[in-house]
Structures are given as structure tokens and as C-alpha cells.
Design a protein around this ligand. Structure first.
Ligand SMILES: [Mg+2]
Length: 297
């Protein structure tokens, strides 16, 4: 899948995403340091801002560390729903970043907060079993694989990670839901994610297909939806949204979500989703206009 295709996938589900509430000026800047005068709080997306795969983006650990050293607040806001938190923290440390574990806000945390407010039930889980059950210890989960009984016996479904999900499993999920409609909770609303070798298909994609074929409205946790920003705001305590920026490489998750949350927004143009691509057209077509466009994070 190429960038334009990935972009159009997002455009095709706009009716399930929050509506654009604000329009930015698309001011072109070089990198995060250019925002020092007008921004106190930096909410950073991970993939496409901090790293690409298992490599830090050149110069970014140093720039983030500089922001931290001059007293800026830096918080990670990521749709990394499939990763146990401890693994994620280790990854960022290995890449050269120094974040407090409470300053890394993920869609996984937003989902777990959401589930904590629901009655206890049996969840069928889309996730990569080899990553382990850390963070999920208190939930009754069954990893969904080739056994249809596991699907039919679930009270509800959690879509956290799709790395080992298959078309066969998706068919079983759809069949089971057609026989008996149940809630679907999504811990990563991303439809696709840029990888070193192209775009991967993420849980959001499978969730939208559930919605398209069964009429079930999945409940999404993570950007662009407000629940993940609520967690970030809880962590921040008192802050000035006018001096807070959401930085990310995706128009439909980072920038749209930042706008909806009432923050300034900065699109990273040179890495991740739009790396090497023209960004003018997608901004025009989507109507999602960031306040700032950064050549690099
Ligand atoms: Mg990203």
C-alpha cells in the first residue's frame, strides 16, 4: 500500500471520525526547536516523530532532551495499543529517550480505563500472544485464533494488535458477530501504519470492516478520539491549551485529534506517513489543516 492509498482509506471512514472543528495556518517550520517560544507542553506521537521502527529519527533524542532540559513538558501520546507498557518504555529508553512511565500515554491505557468502567465480562482478544499479558492481568481474555468456539463464547471483543491477525480470523469474527451481535472495543484506531517496508494494516482497519459488514459501532480508544487526550490532560494537571501542541505524522489521528482536543497541532512532513510525499493535496482534500508543518521532528 502506498501513501495515497493509505490516505484515502482514512478519508473513506471520515463519518466514524470526529468532525474537523478548527483550521490551522499551516506555518512551515524546520523542527521542534522552532516552537520553543510559543509552546510549553509538547505532546509527541511516537512512530514518525520519535522513531521509525526500531530506529530513533536522527537528532530527535537530542532535541527532546533539550526541550526537557529547558523546562518544557514532553509527553508521548501514542496509539501503540498492542504493546505492554513496560516493553514500550524499554524501547524508548533503548532509542535514547528519557520519559517517566506516567508521561507515556497510550491508546492501551485509554482502553483499559474505558474497560474499568464496564461490568466484568469475557473478552475475545485480537493481539499478539507472544508479547505477553502484561497490563491485561485483571481482564478475562481469550486470545482469538482458529477456534470458532472462542469467538462465540466471548461477551465482547478487544482489538488491540493485528500483527498476527489473518483474513481467516477476521471472517470468523464477522461470522460470529453476525450470529450474535456484541460490543467491539478498539485499542488502536489506526487503519494503517508506515513501516520500513510500506504500510501495515492496523486494528482500526479490521474494526471499520466490522462496522461496514455488521452495523456494529465499534468503540475506539486512542487518537483522534478524545479519551486518550483526557488521560494526557489528567497527567498534565493545569496547563494552557494555547501553549500546548500535538505533534504527529498523521492528519487523521494526530492532527485531527489535537484540533478536537483544543490544542495547537504540528504535522511532521518529512518522516512517517507522508515521508517523501507532497502534503499540500492531502491537507486540502481532508480539510485537516495543522497550525504548523515541521520538515523534521
Ligand atoms: Mg505516527
Amino acid at each position: 500500500m502506498q501513501t495515497n492509498e493509505a490516505f484515502l482509506e482514512y478519508e473513506s471512514v471520515r463519518h466514524r471520525l470526529p468532525a474537523v472543528s478548527e483550521i490551522g495556518q499551516c506555518l512551515h517550520l524546520s523542527n521542534l526547536e522552532d516552537l520553543i517560544d510559543e509552546i510549553d507542553v509538547f505532546l509527541l506521537d511516537a512512530f514518525g516523530v520519535l522513531n521509525i521502527g526500531n530506529t530513533a529519527i536522527e537528532g530527535v533524542p537530542e532535541r527532546v532532551s533539550k526541550l526537557q532540559s529547558i523546562g518544557k513538558r514532553v509527553i508521548v501520546v501514542s496509539n501503540a495499543g498492542g504493546f505492554p507498557h513496560a516493553l514500550l518504555m524499554k524501547k524508548y529508553a533503548d532509542l535514547g529517550y528519557n520519559f517517566d512511565t506516567e508521561d507515556v500515554i497510550t491508546s492501551r491505557k485509554a482502553l483499559l480505563r474505558g474497560l474499568s468502567e464496564l461490568p466484568t465480562q469475557k473478552y475475545g482478544l485480537m493481539a499478539t500472544e507472544s508479547l505477553g499479558r502484561a497490563d491485561l492481568e485483571d481482564i478475562n481474555i481469550t486470545y482469538l485464533s482458529e477456534n470458532i468456539i472462542d469467538y462465540d463464547n466471548s461477551d465482547a471483543f478487544l482489538l488491540l494488535g493485528s500483527a498476527v491477525w489473518t483474513e481467516d480470523r477476521q471472517e470468523m469474527l464477522l461470522d460470529s458477530l453476525k450470529r450474535n451481535s456484541r460490543p467491539v472495543y478498539v485499542g488502536n484506531p489506526d487503519i494503517v501504519a508506515p513501516r520500513e517496508g510500506g504500510f501495515s494494516v492496523e486494528p482500526g482497519s479490521f474494526a471499520h470492516r466490522v462496522a461496514d459488514t455488521t452495523g456494529i459501532s465499534p468503540v475506539f480508544y486512542g487518537k483522534p478520539f478524545g479519551n486518550i487526550f483526557d488521560l494526557a490532560f489528567e497527567r498534565l494537571g493545569e496547563f494552557d491549551p494555547e501553549r500546548t501542541v500535538m505533534v504527529g505524522d498523521s492528519l487523521h489521528t494526530d492532527i485531527l485529534g489535537g484540533h478536537i482536543a483544543g490544542l495547537k497541532t504540528a504535522l511532521v512532513a518529512g518522516h512517517g506517513f507522508f515521508a517523501g510525499q507532497d502534503i499540500k493535496k492531502p491537507i486540502e482534500i481532508s480539510g485537516i489543516k495543522p497550525d504548523f508543518i515541521l520538515a523534521n521532528p
